[in-house]
Design a protein around this ligand. Structure first.
Ligand SMILES: [Mn+2]
Length: 347
C-alpha cells in the first residue's frame, strides 16, 4: 500500500514555504481541471499559510472550468500580454515539468531571473527549476497538492477539498483509468467525508451543455466512421455547424471520449474545423498506441493516451492524413506487442 512520497521528499518545498515571499502559480497552456484545480488548491494552501499568492494562466479560464473558480482567483496573461512581477516573487509551475509548456507565458517568465519551483506528475526532468518534485506515480497534480497540505500539517478547507476532488477525478477519468489507485481513492474519500459532493462535481464537469451544443454533437456523431478494421474511430465537427448553432468550443469538451464505448476502438480522432484551412485535432488511445507520437507528427503533443494538435490544412486532407498516420502507428504497436494474429484483425 502506498500513500505517496516519504516525508523527506517534501522537505525542499516545505523549506521554500518558510520564506515570506509572494508566489506566482502557473500551469501549462490549455489547462484542464487538474491543472486549474491543483493551482487553486495550492493557492488556498498558501493563503492559509499566510503567504501572498496569485494564479496567472496563459489564456482566460475556459467557460467550462469557471465553476472551479467562483472567487475568480485565476488571472490571465493573454490577451493584454502584461505581466508585472513583484519583488522576490517565486514562480511555481504545476502539472508540467518544462517551461515551454507555459505557451506564450514562457517568454515573460524567462525574461526575469526568479526562483522557480515545480510540482508535477508527468514524465519530465524539471530542468532549470530550483526545486522540482516530480512524482510520476501520482495520479494527478491535484493529489500531490493535497499531499502537500498534509506535509504542511494544514487541515483542508472545504473550498480546497472541492477543487482538489475535481482535479483528481478528472485526471483519473472519474476513477476509471489505470492511474486510479488506493492512494488516490483514500484521498478522494477524505474529501467526500468532508462534504464534497461527487454528484455535483461530475455534473459541473460534464453535464453543462446547451441544446445547440447537443445538435453540433449529433451532427458530429453522424460523421463517425469506423476506419482501419474498426480500430480507429474518426469523426469531425465542421466550422459551419459551430457557427450555425452559435456555441463556444468549450462546449465540445469531452466529445472525443464518446466512441470509447465501442469495444474494438483503439484510437479515437476528432477533428474540429476552425477555418477552411485550419483544424484542431484531438486524439485518444484506449490501448497500446501512443497518440502523443501521432500528435507530434502534426506538430502537437500531450500524453500517451490523450494528445492534440493544430494544423494548417483543410479538413478532408486532415482526415486522410490521420488515417494514414494511425495505420502506421497501429502496425508498429502490434508488431512490438505481438498480440494480434493476422486472422483476428478481421476484414
Ligand atoms: Mn495532471
Amino acid at each position: 500500500m502506498s500513500n505517496g512520497l516519504p516525508p523527506s521528499a517534501w522537505r525542499p518545498l516545505l523549506d521554500e514555504l518558510q520564506r515570506d515571499v509572494p508566489f506566482l502559480i502557473t500551469t501549462h497552456a490549455n489547462p484542464e481541471a487538474d491543472a486549474v484545480g491543483a493551482s487553486l488548491g495550492l493557492y488556498y494552501l498558501l493563503q492559509k499559510l499566510g503567504r501572498r499568492a496569485r494564479i496567472v494562466l496563459e489564456e482566460p479560464l475556459y467557460d467550462s472550468l469557471k465553476y472551479l473558480d467562483p472567487d475568480r482567483v485565476c488571472r490571465s496573461y493573454l490577451p493584454e500580454r502584461r505581466l508585472e512581477l513583484l519583488p522576490g516573487e517565486v514562480h511555481w509551475l504545476l502539472d508540467a515539468g518544462y517551461m515551454h509548456r507555459l505557451g506564450k507565458l514562457e517568454e515573460p517568465l524567462r525574461a526575469h531571473s526568479m526562483r522557480r519551483l515545480c510540482l508535477d506528475h508527468h514524465v519530465g526532468n524539471g530542468d532549470g527549476f530550483d526545486v522540482a518534485l516530480i512524482d510520476t506515480g501520482a495520479s494527478s497534480t491535484g493529489l500531490l497538492v493535497a499531499e502537500l497540505w498534509d506535509a504542511c500539517g494544514v487541515t483542508f478547507t472545504l473550498e480546497a477539498a472541492r477543487v482538489l476532488y475535481s482535479a483528481i477525478a478528472t485526471d483519473t477519468g472519474w476513477y476509471r483509468f489505470s492511474n486510479t489507485d488506493g492512494r488516490t481513492l483514500r484521498m478522494a474519500a477524505r474529501f467526500l467525508d468532508m462534504g464534497v459532493s461527487s454528484e455535483a462535481a461530475y455534473g459541473e464537469y460534464r453535464e453543462f451543455r446547451s441544446w445547440p451544443a447537443m445538435r453540433v454533437i449529433v451532427a458530429a456523431m453522424q460523421t463517425l466512421a469506423a476506419k482501419l478494421d474498426g480500430r480507429l474511430a474518426l469523426f469531425y465537427i465542421t466550422e459551419e455547424s459551430i457557427r450555425r448553432e452559435g456555441i463556444s468550443y468549450s462546449e465540445l469538451e469531452g466529445v472525443v471520449e464518446v466512441p470509447r464505448i465501442v469495444r474494438d476502438v483503439e484510437v479515437i480522432a476528432l477533428v474540429v474545423e476552425l477555418s477552411p484551412t485550419r483544424c484542431k485535432l484531438n486524439f485518444r488511445s484506449k490501448g497500446g498506441v501512443d497518440v502523443n507520437k501521432i500528435a507530434g507528427r502534426f506538430g502537437g503533443g500531450g500524453h500517451v493516451r490523450a494528445a492534440g494538435a493544430k494544423v494548417e490544412m483543410p479538413l478532408p486532407q486532415v482526415l486522410e492524413r490521420i488515417e494514414w498516420e494511425v495505420a502506421q502507428e497501429l502496425a508498429a504497436s502490434h508488431r512490438s506487442q505481438g498480440n494480434r494474429s493476422p486472422d483476428s484483425a478481421g476484414a
